[in-house]
Design a protein around this ligand. Sequence first.
Ligand code: IMP
Ligand code: MG
Length: 184
Amino acid sequence: MQFDDAALALRDPLIDKVLISSGDIQKRIQQLGTEISRDYADRQPILVCILKGAFVFLSDLSRCISIHHEVDFMAISSYHGGTESTGVVKIEKDLKSNITDRDVLIVEDIVDTGLTLNHLLQLLETRSPRSLRICSLLDKASRRIEQVPVDYRGFEIPDEFVIGYGLDYDEKYRNLPFIGVLKP
Ligand code: IMP
Ligand code: MG
């Protein structure tokens, strides 16, 4: 299916602009899939999708990976101190898989301050995976408070609140096929 991103964006008066088109997202995911397939060639990694935001990315990424792999899901929520995330995460839904001695690739929608992912990495490390890496579609690197190693990065983006392609504002806009910016 061919989406007309600009036309879709224009239909919603709250959307300011298209930041990354659906075509550009798909092209980049193809590249990431090729890279991941090569890096894990003799492995069977578990792709851990962080719900809810990463569900769209995971489904496209998985179909661009040519080697055998498993998928599992985890839902976490951050405790908020003021407006910023504190990075202390609560597991709302844990993995089904035992990740001990397995190659684990965390699939995230966006890394912002890095606090959430930093906490999650520490938590998953206690389960002794064989390897633990991060794949994030978006990276707001300028906002980083806690350094986290983003092994596979789709796009680096400026400090703007983005929506679409799984990312929400008040649980809305996850269904947009592109990454957009809301009007201020
Ligand atoms: P942090 O890296 O701990 O600051 O938190 C990252 C999480 O905040 C992401 O997984 C998203 O759920 C959310 N988030 C950060 N920036 C945005 C954005 O621009 N749009 C939507 N959600 C965002
Ligand atoms: Mg998230």
